[in-house]
Design a protein around this ligand. Structure first.
Ligand SMILES: [Zn+2]
Length: 145
């Protein structure tokens, strides 16, 4: 197993309320010339988790930081008109994202839980994880290195 110290959260950058899944993302990422889906898991609108790239394989989700990290994505992240970054997480997605984050902290001994926007000038995942419950779980501080 490769060492994993960081979980990076992403969004699919798709319009609020529109259903997409891991198969769609797999297709989009292949169209970019990647070896299939770059995330390790996808959280659907209803909170269902779909597996992406196997955890033991390095992902393709955060330029320069794929080694040592895993990348999870929720479906959404853009307003319904498709134009503006927006935190579109449903209550079911928030609950699943919290569960997945806690599981990853415990399983991999993560040192950091971050949003993609902490590594690049991007809106993704369309919220500030440092001010979010995900970045402040059980005394676990986002940004801890
Ligand atoms: Zn991202």
């Amino acid at each position: 197993m490769r060492p994993i110290h960081t979980l990076v959260w992403h969004c699919s950058a798709t319009p609020e309320g529109k259903h997409f899944d891991a198969k769609d993302i797999d297709r989009w990422h292949k169209e970019r010339g990647w070896a299939g889906i770059g995330y390790h898991a996808v959280v659907l609108l209803d909170g269902t988790v779909q597996p992406g790239r196997p955890i033991e394989k390095v992902g393709a989700h955060v330029a320069g930081h794929n080694t040592g990290s895993i990348g999870y994505s929720y479906i959404g992240g853009v307003s319904a008109d498709g134009k503006t970054a927006k935190d579109t997480r449903t209550p079911a997605q928030k609950a699943t994202m919290k569960r997945l984050t806690i599981e990853a902290i415990r399983k991999y001994g993560l040192k950091r839980v971050a949003g993609h926007n902490e590594y690049a000038a991007k809106a993704c995942p369309s919220f500030d994880i440092r001010k979010d419950e995900l970045g402040n779980l059980e005394g676990f501080k986002a940004g801890r290195r």
